[in-house]
Design a protein around this ligand. Structure first.
Ligand SMILES: [Zn+2]
Length: 244
């Protein structure tokens, strides 16, 4: 975490505070997770910012719930024009139907579109499967480098890892088998969320339980983990997309 940004908390809402050479306070709520940020002139202290945020609380909550509703929208149809997330960014799905010979694939285009190439006549389940496999492929590409980095830092060694759909957990660690599972949903979240979950699961190889010792390891290895955890859990783990 940059030292320039710090956080205050109002009514259980964490607010990122950025002090800059500006004249006016600027408050914003950002999609997709409803992150709240205040940019402020340098001379305004945290207590004044807290009072300011309290005065804007209904506005903040209104916008956060709007994002949550968008996120919990009706089940996806996997058709062009829908919003889909990858690494915390929103993309517009663009379905391209191909005649034979075809190759199922997905790719990001112009930082805006998520092109989904499917066979002509594909149904919703088939389109969803192509996208799901793409997410899985992306995670499997990202994870080995992260595991290698963090195994070195933490001083542990895994025997195996994998990616799967999980409804109630972001990751699991079988301490005896030294096997880590990562939730497929993390492909949609900001990359630091994936890294945080990996660190958490690897730390279990040092400490099985969520106790003070565990927390102090987390503080040591990933000092901003609380912030990432909050970001990650600002939405329910299953909101329909993976329910099949
Ligand atoms: Zn745990």
């Amino acid at each position: 975490m940059s030292t320039k940004t710090h956080k205050i908390s109002v009514d259980n809402i964490t607010i990122d505070v950025v002090r800059k050479n500006i004249k006016n306070l600027h408050l914003a709520v950002y999609p997709p997770y409803g992150r709240v940020r205040i940019a402020t002139p340098r001379h305004i202290d945290d207590e004044a910012l807290r009072l300011f945020a309290i005065s804007k609380l209904s506005w903040i909550k209104k916008h956060r719930s709007k994002f949550k509703q968008q996120k919990c929208q009706s089940p996806r149809e996997y058709v062009s024009g829908e919003s889909h997330y990858y690494k915390g960014q929103r993309y517009l799905l663009n379905v391209i139907y191909q005649k034979a010979p075809f190759r199922n694939k997905a790719e990001i285009r112009n930082k805006k579109y998520l092109d989904l190439y499917v066979r002509e006549g594909s149904n919703k389940q088939q389109r969803r499967r192509v996208l799901t496999e793409w997410y899985r492929h992306q995670l499997k590409y990202l994870i080995p480098g992260l595991i290698e980095k963090w195994e070195g830092t933490i001083g542990v060694k895994t025997n195996d890892w994998g990616v799967k759909r999980m409804k109630t957990k972001w990751g699991t660690c079988n301490v005896r088998a030294k096997r880590v599972w990562i939730n497929l949903e993390l492909a949609k979240r900001p990359p630091q969320c994936l890294e945080y979950i990996l660190v958490h699961e690897l730390v279990h190889l040092l400490e099985r339980n969520h106790n003070i010792r565990f927390t102090s390891y987390m503080d040591k290895f990933l000092s901003n983990w609380r912030f990432i955890k909050e970001e990650l859990n600002s939405f329910p783990i299953s909101y329909g997309d993976w329910d099949y």
